[in-house]
Design a protein around this ligand. Structure first.
Ligand code: GDP
Ligand code: IMO
Ligand code: MG
Length: 429
């Protein structure tokens, strides 16, 4: 028996929430280990749709949810999300949700700085979610962040705020944005502390106990390998590591406990923010994929850019992300297309590449080399067994497996929870 980590293998929004929700029925604990409320995970269960940003998707299945130390937590966003899902009948209490006492907080100056910087970048903006993710991780690395446990120590808060505000107000002033007063931020934290602290604990201890008792732990990734701060299309990335290895450090558990790394990939490609996207289709086919796939950002509402499946990038994500198997989602969106293309290499300034180089100029210049695959006329929508798939759809999946050098162990054929085909149970290792 293994634990399982679910990570995105493209640029996010691959359907991690749906897959985590489905797998959570076999798990005891679901842990978020990086990112913050920049994530938007959609779960469709019968007539109910749940949109989760910070809460682990396993809560919808009544499992214990843990927010690990690697997550950046906006306490106001967390409390309003808890209220929202409570309204949908999901019980979120300190018994079902635990937050790492050493997790970093996102405070009001973080989104303010995030947005002011994006404005200052102009044409070169990253297209961030504006939620303060980058500035919060910067403060963590710079050792000036306020963490969950600090909420219990008024003097620590007051002392830390001096350093924090000196840094942020200097930057905000330089960018022509509104500065923050110590009284206002301290007042906010004092008000939030009694609402957040009941959830806080050293979650590593709970995870260690669970591991030793043979409980199944599901690690829920956010964003994706191509948005990883090291391995993604830097600087058009998020500010955390999103690879499988991060599950260990971001939860407070050893690497061997992570187990099977399940990479989630769409049967085509999408991207929300700015940055290189070699297989992007700025034409009618891209528009069609976006319409049929309902490709609008869960968090931003922005239309997602769409393109063909990029086997070069997913293969790269398999290698650096430590992906043992792939869940391929949204195969149904390709139903009825006469022909499909898969990117198998790039031409960059006259040379052939089988990976995406790190230099931004080379990434922007990458011209995809395509293999053309015949489409299928039947429907895959809602298929729940391999036998229900048209032969040509099976061929497409098999070709992807070969090119990305990883087995497809799960297929998703609609947004609905149970429209899922399991080929190999990741909890079996
Ligand atoms: P995440 O961020 O990786 O959790 O993905 P999102 O929830 O942001 O975006 C994925 C979208 O695709 C959601 O609206 C899901 O309901 C939907 N979805 C997931 N799997 C499938 C699938 O197999 N087919 C279709 N048509 N939609 C899917
Ligand atoms: P899920 O978990 C898709 C993108 C933003 C932007 C870049 C940096 O739903 O897959 P940030 O606010 O993190 O500093 O923005 O990363 N981005 C996502 N794109 N899905 C996400 O999460 C994303 N989280 C961040 O659009 O390009
Ligand atoms: Mg999403």
């Amino acid at each position: 028996m293994a634990n399982v980590a679910v990570i995105g293998a493209q640029w996010g929004d691959e359907g991690k929430g749906k897959v985590v929700d489905w797998l959570a029925s076999r798990a005891d604990i679901v842990v978020r280990f990086q990112g913050g409320h920049n994530a938007g995970h959609t779960l469709v269960v019968g007539n109910e749709t749940y949109k989760l940003s910070l809460l682990p998707s396993g809560l919808v299945r009544g499992k214990i949810g843990i927010i690990g130390n690697g997550v950046v937590v906006d306490p106001e966003a967390l409390l309003s999300e808890i209220e929202r899902v409570r309204g949908q009948g999901i019980d979120v209490t300190p018994a079902s949700l635990r937050i790492a006492e050493n997790a970093t907080l996102i405070l009001p100056m973080h989104p303010a700085l995030d947005r002011a910087r994006e404005v200052a970048r102009g044409e070169r903006r990253i297209g961030t979610t504006g939620r303060g993710i980058g500035p919060a991780y910067e403060d963590k690395a710079a050792r000036r962040a306020i963490r969950v446990a600090d909420l219990a120590e008024p003097q620590t808060l007051a002392d830390k705020l001096d350093e924090l505000l000196l840094h942020h107000n200097t930057l905000l002033q330089g960018l022509g944005a509104t500065v923050f007063s110590k009284e206002a931020v301290l007042g906010l934290l004092t008000r939030l502390a009694p609402q957040i602290l009941p959830f806080a604990e050293p979650v590593w201890e709970r995870l260690d106990e669970a591991r030793r008792a043979g409980r199944r732990i599901l690690f829920e990734g956010a964003q994706a390998v191509m948005l990883d701060v090291d391995h993604g299309t830097y600087p058009f990335v998020t500010s955390s590591n999103t690879v499988g290895a991060t599950a260990a450090a971001g939860a407070g558990i050893g690497p061997a406990a992570v187990g099977f790394v399940l990479g989630i990939a769409k049967a085509y490609s999408t991207r929300v923010g700015a940055g290189p996207f070699p297989t992007e289709l700025p034409d009618a086919t891209g528009q069609l994929l976006g319409d049929r796939g309902n490709e609008f950002g869960t968090v931003t509402g922005r239309r997602r850019r769409c393109g063909w499946f990029d086997a070069v990038l997913v293969r790269q994500a398999v290698k650096v992300g430590g992906i043992n198997g792939l869940a391929l989602t949204k195969l149904d969106v390709l139903d009825g297309l006469p022909e499909l293309k898969i990117c198998t290499g790039y031409r960059i300034r006259g040379a052939h590449y089988r990976h995406l180089p790190a230099a931004p100029g080379a990434q922007a210049a990458a011209e995809p080399e395509y293999e053309v695959v015949e489409g299928w006329t039947g429907s895959t929508r809602g298929a729940r067994s391999w036998a229900q798939l048209p032969a040509q759809a099976v061929k497409y999946v098999r070709r992807i497996e070969e090119l990305v050098e990883a087995p497809v162990t799960l297929l998703s054929t609609s947004p609905e929870r149970d429209d899922t085909i399991l080929m190999r149970d990741p909890f079996e290792g």
